[in-house]
Design a protein around this ligand. Structure first.
Ligand SMILES: [Zn+2]
Length: 155
């Protein structure tokens, strides 16, 4: 039984790593697009400010590349923002409740366990009906949750 427990934990940590990396790169691409629009900049103009090639800048804006710390610094300087402003989601969007629509199920000898999944960062949450996700700070809406739970119990 100990062994099974370890397997489950590894699985969660694998999801966790994968999702967090995707979350940062999604936030970065959204932030870059938002800053270009807000400052009325084309990719060419913005890439000049950031001292990057316009092609590479386009890849960043489309979320197609993993940037280095040096590139992050160039983007911060070019747009006059802090790393938070590029890597973390916009504060306002966290306040709009997002519906919990997913649960991860784990089958173990001790029984079946299900954990709700945060709709923003897609990480499993320890507790049900919490107001905010512990990891990304997304405000949560649990209206659909009883229906998902019922489906889990059936299947
Ligand atoms: Zn979250």
């Amino acid at each position: 039984m100990n062994r099974l427990y370890i397997v489950v934990r590894l699985k969660i940590s694998y999801f966790y790593r994968k999702r967090v990396i995707k979350m940062f790169s999604d936030n970065l691409s959204h932030a870059v697009l938002r800053l270009c629009t807000a400052n009325n900049l084309t990719y060419e103009m913005a890439s000049e400010y950031c001292e990057l090639s316009s092609r590479y800048f386009g890849d960043i804006a489309r979320g197609r590349t993993n940037i280095s710390i040096v590139t992050l610094e160039k983007l911060c300087n070019g747009f006059s923002v802090t790393p938070d402003g590029l890597l973390l989601p916009e504060a306002d969007s966290l306040q709009i409740p997002a519906a919990v629509r997913e649960v991860y199920c784990f089958r173990e000898s001790a029984g079946n366990f299900s954990y709700p999944v945060c709709p923003r960062c897609h990480i499993t949450m320890e507790r049900e009906y919490q107001n905010y996700c512990d990891r990304c700070g997304q405000r949560l809406d649990w209206c659909n949750y009883p229906y998902i739970q019922a489906r889990v119990q059936k299947g």
